[in-house]
Design a protein around this ligand. Structure first.
Ligand code: GLP
Length: 241
């Protein structure tokens, strides 16, 4: 496992964007596993900047996102599809028909999950999976549990996740209570994993996930078993390691 520490959020984002750029340059038709949340926002902004300078080409890239709120359409400005469009896809030359996000509008959760597994499978596998981390150690929306879940699943969000994510919604009642998320098994099958975290608020969980015991109660801890993980933090998030 490699750790890189940037001075601040901008520096952390630049390091992460460099790693993603290297992946795209080395393999122009790569499959990127993408994440949402405030942690990767700066990474996407940096990639867009480099794309605009002519340094990056997304034309052959395929992307699969980790998760989506159940019940939200891609037009809803709180959906993760909307986030990806506005932070990355609308600004680069990626072919949007090759960008995949779980279908939040599919009410049959079993169908939504199995369809998304098939989508990920059909890409031939994720080359580089970008991840953020929740305060409770969740990755994607894989919340602390009794066991690690293999495939895409429909999850009930925990109170702490609802609390953390309500800042993006007008009212707490508006935060969806469920989400579709790629499973831990799918995440672990990615060839490379890049996890980004910033701020003091993430320092405890970064230490717990990467120096503590491997347990489904801290979903990110399983990344200790992956053979190609890079963790990129700012100083504050790295302060307890
Ligand atoms: C959400 C997302 C995760 C993300 C996490 C942390 O719950 N489903 O993929 O990693 O929040 O978000 P942030 O980066 O905003 O702290």
């Amino acid at each position: 496992m490699k750790f890189y520490c940037g001075e601040d959020y901008k520096a952390m984002s630049r390091i992460a964007a460099n790693i993603i750029s290297a992946q795209i340059i080395m393999k122009p038709d790569c499959v990127l596993g993408l994440a949402t949340g405030s942690s990767p926002e700066g990474t996407y902004a940096q990639l867009v900047e480099w794309y605009k300078k002519g340094d990056l080409d997304f034309s052959q890239v395929t992307s699969v996102n980790l998760d989506e709120y159940r019940g939200l359409s891609g037009d809803n400005d709180q959906s993760y599809r909307y986030f990806m469009n506005t932070h990355l896809f609308d600004h680069v030359n990626i072919d949007k028909s090759r960008t995949f996000v779980p279908n939040g509008l599919e009410p049959d959760s079993e169908k939504a999950c199995r369809e998304y597994d098939a989508v990920v499978e059909a890409t031939g596998g994720v080359d580089l999976q970008l991840l953020g981390i929740g305060h409770n150690g969740h990755i994607g929306f894989n919340e602390p549990a009794k066991e690690f879940c293999k495939n895409t699943q429909c999850v009930d969000l925990t109170e702490s996740t609802i609390e953390a994510n309500k800042r993006f919604f007008e009212k707490e009642e508006d935060v969806p209570r469920q989400a579709y998320t790629m499973g831990i098994g799918t995440i672990m099958r990615a060839k490379k994993i890049l996890l980004v975290a910033s701020g003091e608020g993430k320092a405890d969980i970064i230490a717990k996930a990467f120096t503590g015991p491997i347990t489904p109660e801290v979903p990110a801890s399983i990344l200790q078993l992956h053979n190609d993980v890079t963790v990129v933090c700012d100083k504050a998030a790295m302060s307890k390691i």
